[in-house]
Design a protein around this ligand. Structure first.
Ligand code: HEC
Length: 313
């Protein structure tokens, strides 16, 4: 039996005989060695200060890599030119945006950048790699999913309506329980963020008692969404970086007494929002990089919230 048509035989002979690139065995070791140190979940350093991922970019799970940091998509499957993770490693070492930064590690070799490029071209598939999607790297950090199992927050939470979950997953949200048998939800909008608006957040209303972790960074939400989010009483972590949220939006959060982490980088939020945040006594991590919050403002908030870390860079 003739198994191959002539054209496909010809094609097979003219291409190098390489299998598809395997993320876990070929790409991950490169990123792990050269990048992970600065691009992982927030963690405490030896002095107890929380170190946030640089540029807001985490590389410890597929969703984080795809989403990227404050500059936009880290990886755009099929398009190396739009994948910041690839673009930054191509820059000459002298360039201020080069990764790893000059003097902070060996630049990738040509072979290594080719692996990253070809993996993106092949669709940036992660195979069975799930990474670690922990909220924080340090075991002692507050609010990590592992510690929430015995969390009083979980008491009395009812099952989230499946039709709502499906609807938002269809819009590109990553939705999941914070731990295996929890009804508390983590929701991250990682894909098509420019199509996520206040209308999308309206869809979350039936989940008001379930959402504990919400990532809306780089979406088109406005202060109107913040009024809705202000009713999510189980919320512990909120990311609104890169949105048009202002001080008025932050004022809507005044009832969120369980909030322990807020990422508001690259927003219009200013010192005028700090009074509201000071009243949220569980707040431990606040990130204001590229917002209008002043260094003095950040310092005074950190002082007002014992044990917290408030960063502006
Ligand atoms: C020593 C720490 C360090 C290492 C190692 C490092 N980076 Fe970075 N990275 C930074 C800092 C600091 C920033 C933020 C400042 C900037 O935008 O340049 C950043 C920003 C970035 C950004 C832009 C994020 C955004 O959306 O604004 C990308 C992409 C990036 N790094 C990729 C990489 C890659 C890929 C590697 C490994 C090859 C790497 N980095 C290694 C410190 C590091």
């Amino acid at each position: 039996m003739l198994r191959f048509s002539l054209p496909s035989l010809f094609l097979a002979a003219s291409l190098p005989a390489t299998a598809e690139i395997n993320f876990r065995t070929q790409v991950l070791p490169v990123l792990g060695k050269a990048c992970a140190e600065c691009h992982k979940a927030p963690q405490k350093d030896s002095s107890g200060k929380v170190q946030n991922p640089k540029g807001g970019l985490r590389m410890d799970a597929p969703s984080h890599l795809l989403k990227g940091g404050s500059g936009g998509a880290g990886i755009e499957p099929g398009d190396p030119d739009k994948s910041l993770v690839y673009q930054r490693v191509l820059l000459p070492q002298e360039h201020e945006d080069a990764m790893p930064p000059k003097g902070k590690g060996k630049p990738l070799t040509f072979a290594e950048t080719e692996i990253v490029k070809n993996w993106i071209l092949e669709g940036a598939k992660f195979g069975d790699w799930k990474g670690s999607d922990a909220a924080t790297t340090a075991a002692t950090a507050p609010g990590s999913p592992a510690k929430r199992t015995a969390d009083p927050l979980a008491a009395g939470v009812t099952e989230a309506p499946a039709d709502v979950l499906k609807k938002i997953a269809d819009l590109g949200a990553v939705v999941g329980p914070v731990s295996t048998d929890s009804k508390l939800l983590r929701i991250e909008f990682v894909a098509n963020t420019s199509t996520i608006t206040d209308k999308t957040v309206d869809l979350l209303k039936p989940l008001a008692g379930n959402i504990t972790d919400l990532d809306l960074s780089n979406t088109k939400i406005t202060d109107a969404s913040m009024a809705t989010i202000g009713t999510f009483t189980k919320l512990t972590r909120l990311s609104i970086g890169g949105t048009s949220v202002t001080d008025a939006g932050i004022a809507s959060l005044k009832g969120l007494v369980n909030l322990d982490s807020l990422n508001a980088h690259s927003t219009q939020v200013s010192d005028a929002a700090l009074a509201t945040l000071q009243s949220l006594r569980k707040l431990k991590q606040v990130h204001f990089w590229k917002s209008r919050v002043s260094a003095d403002g950040a310092k005074s908030l950190q002082k007002a919230l014992p044990g917290s870390s408030v960063s502006i860079d």
